[in-house]
Design a protein around this ligand. Sequence first.
Ligand SMILES: [Zn+2]
Length: 216
Amino acid sequence: MADITQCALVDSLVLRPARDLSDSEWRKLSQHLRGCRSCRERYGALSLAVMIEPEDAPTLLERADALLAAGKPREAEAEYRKFVELCGTRRGKELARVFYKLGSIREQLGGRHAAVECYDEAYRIDPTHAPTLASLGRIAIIAEEWEKARRIYRAMLLGNLEEAAGLTKAEVYFQLGVVHAKLGETAKALNMFERGLELDPQSGRLRKAIAGLRHG
Ligand SMILES: [Zn+2]
């Protein structure tokens, strides 16, 4: 039996941004939607997302991580997507990590464009996550999106994130040098290569790049 007072409460809660709801409000909403068919029909897909209680989120992530580790990227992707739905408008670092994982799954399954969308979303939520920057920078170079590559590698240097991204500072200077050269910014390119060489005097590719610019 639908309780009219409860339905009115749901009407007021469901219209508020999900992030503004307290845990107890969220629970009330979820419990009512489970039991009240008319509210479920009224709110459709929105009610389905709300019906997963906040307590379910860690279980969802654990299941997704386990599927990914078990070599089942498609099944893991479906679970991560549920987590994204569950978060609604609530944006946190955990959600950024999920978008990063969705990006790497997409990349693994051969969808570079979809992968970039996920990495971009991860970057918007948390611009300091080094592996996200590394993936975005790597793909930008492959896709010859030089301005984006410049922005990403600069952000990496500014945040001292290269080590966490699995790169040395000299490698980032090399990439930035390549990007500046592609953009026709020869003096800046030379400067980047020289800084890289200071940190890694043995680097053959940095020496070669400098020689190429000086004589080219
Ligand atoms: Zn109701």
